[in-house]
Design a binder for this molecule. Structure first.
Ligand code: BG6
Ligand code: MG
Length: 220
């Protein structure tokens, strides 16, 4: 194991809730509609535009391109506003220790988030210096569940994806890690049973178990 590819929202910080809250608010305001809880998982790990497609499909609403772009921009504005108060206290349990352990063991650390707000969030959390690379989601062709962002995150470290583990809280994200050929670590419930190794919460993540998982499941 030489590198670790981190998802951000829902793994490093508890920002997943802000994403869906911003979508709910937008949909209420523009279409006077409610979104069911079950739709949240479908938008996790998925790009801003793909999330909006999923939501509009669910509502059975079609909008012209201009309106689509405006809706996506408005959602992002609300989301970024909600991030105003984000600070170190929003780092999920166990993550700081895990980052320290990876550093101690000379494991390179890369960000593989679908979010264009990744660098801003790492800055607010005071975690930027831990990261050897940040893959730019604007530069990859296909979003999760396609492997592209994890491949880009590994290549940015100059490390083979086979020598990396990826850590994810979303169904689409675990699929993406598996397709990239890295060892997948899922953080969440049974919906993530396609992960090579699953932990119930970030507090359970630890270097030793992740290393064991890599040894057991790597594709070299
Ligand atoms: C992912 C989130 O990390 O980033 C998704 O899980 C979100 O919910 C996606 O849609 C894109 O984020 P952003 O910040 O670029 O709109
Ligand atoms: Mg996530």
């Amino acid at each position: 194991m030489k590198g670790v590819l981190f998802d951000l929202d829902g793994v490093i910080a508890d920002t997943a809730v802000y994403h869906f809250a911003a979508w709910r608010h937008l949909v209420k305001k523009h279409f006077n509609a409610e979104l069911p809880d079950k739709l949240e998982e479908k938008t996790k790990g998925v790009s801003r535009e793909d999330s909006l497609h999923i939501i509009l499909d669910f509502l059975g609403i079609q909008v012209p391109q201009e309106k689509f772009t405006a809706l996506a921009a408005e959602k992002n504005q609300a989301y970024v506003k909600a991030l105003d108060a984000l600070s170190e206290k929003d780092i999920l349990p166990g993550i700081k220790d895990l980052l320290d352990d990876f550093k101690k063991h000379n494991i390179k650390i890369s960000l593989a988030s679908a979010s264009k707000n990744g660098p801003l969030i790492l800055e607010k959390l005071g975690l930027t210096d831990y990261f050897d690379a940040i893959a730019d989601p604007a530069k990859v062709t296909a979003g999760k569940p396609a492997p592209d962002i994890f491949l880009a995150a590994a290549f940015a470290l100059n490390i083979s994806p086979y020598d990396c583990v990826g850590i994810e809280d979303s169904v689409a994200g675990v699929k993406a890690i598996n397709s990239a050929g890295s060892v997948s670590i899922g953080v969440g419930g049974d919906e993530l049973n396609h992960a090579d190794k699953r932990f119930n919460s970030t507090a359970d993540l630890n270097y030793q178990d992740i290393l064991e998982a890599w040894k057991a499941y790597n594709h070299n």
